[in-house]
Design a protein around this ligand. Structure first.
Ligand code: DGY
Length: 336
């Protein structure tokens, strides 16, 4: 039972103190604190009586949670990816869902490009070697990797982030850019980023550096597995900043061990934060903990956008009644 007239909000993830303070002006806030609330039973308990949930790429918001917490009217996420949220289940129950696109595009593209470069030029592997005191002499082939400039950049998934990576490769590094996406970009979008649509088979065969930015769904599950890895060049690198599950991590670890491809850079993992143990034992992979959008200004912009959506659902502020990045705005439409 709420002690105030304010609607109750569960912030299920660690959050900027300033954002929590601003939210507390309009909501009775229960904040996760230092650790996200991921356990479904704890989430259902804490969400009891809440009108809204503020989340990110986790925790899982599914029909069982919604049925256990029927007062929830809105689920606002500060992530762009929303595969943790069952949007049709929310829509069926009249629950508004929003995500946080656009504000993280350039930051995430920076990171994708950096991870691809670190992978190609063996930066993490060579740093570990140096720290371990193993650098004792010059060699012509010491951590010799592959070039990025002029190499063929392959992109699987060509949404906003894919296009921002293509732009970096084309304009900054003189890379021919090929991509595969369900829908082809219009010619006027392809031309300035030098991008050419190819089949998935050609993408795998021709890319020197393949970057994955495709959203996770049943159809992109294990889009890169053993048979796709077998089609890539043995000198190629693979970078995944999309979602765990787009790559079959066990197959990738085997391909890296067998030098089927040269190296991989992974920011996302199947079952993260757990990492497939075989990936931890192969040297030719750069591993980062899902931080592609993690610059402080961008994380703040993501949180602010989630807050705008939240306030809008409850009729507060300049966007009142019109959450700017709703995924199912139809739930707000008045009945005819
Ligand atoms: C997103 O927003 O989906 C990114 O993966 C960062 O969490």
């Amino acid at each position: 039972m709420s002690l105030s007239d304010k609607p109750r909000l569960l912030v299920a993830i660690p959050m900027f103190a300033e954002v929590l303070a601003a939210l507390a002006e309009h909501f009775e806030v229960d904040a996760a604190g230092e650790h996200p609330i991921e356990d479904p039973a704890e989430l259902a308990r804490r969400a009891q009586g809440c009108s809204a949930l503020l989340v990110a790429g986790m925790p899982r918001i599914d029909a069982a949670l919604l049925d256990a917490c029927p007062t929830v009217r809105a689920v606002c996420s500060m992530a762009v990816g929303y595969n943790n949220i069952d949007v049709p289940a929310c829509t069926a129950r009249g629950v508004l869902v929003s995500n946080a696109p656009d504000v993280l595009t350039e930051t995430t593209a920076d990171f994708g490009f950096a991870l691809m470069m670190a992978t190609a030029r063996r930066i993490a592997e060579s740093e570990h070697f140096l720290r371990a005191g193993q650098w004792t002499q010059w060699r012509y082939d010491l951590f010799a990797g592959s070039d990025v400039h002029g190499a063929t950049l392959g992109i699987l998934g060509m949404g906003r982030i894919g296009q921002a990576i293509a732009r970096r490769g084309h304009l900054g590094f003189g890379m021919p850019v090929i991509y595969h996406n369900r829908s082809r970009l219009p010619a006027e979008a392809e031309a300035p980023i030098g991008a050419r649509w190819v089949s998935k088979e050609d993408l795998l065969r021709e890319a020197d550096h393949l970057v994955l930015v495709v959203p996770y769904s049943a159809s992109s599950h294990h889009a890169i597995g053993a048979s796709e890895l077998a089609q890539m060049k043995p000198t190629a690198t693979l970078t995944n900043i999309a979602r765990g599950g787009v790559v079959d991590d066990a197959a990738l670890a085997q391909a890296l061990r067998d030098k089927r491809i040269a190296a991989a850079g992974l920011d996302v993992f199947e079952g993260e934060p757990a990492v497939h143990p075989d990936l931890l034992t192969v040297p030719n992979v750069v591993l980062t903990p899902h931080i592609a959008s993690a610059s402080l200004p961008t994380r703040r912009a993501m949180a602010d956008l989630a807050q705008r959506n939240l306030l809008a659902v409850f009729g507060i502020g300049a966007d009142a009644g019109r959450p700017p990045t709703a995924l199912n705005p139809e739930v707000l439409k008045p009945a005819a």
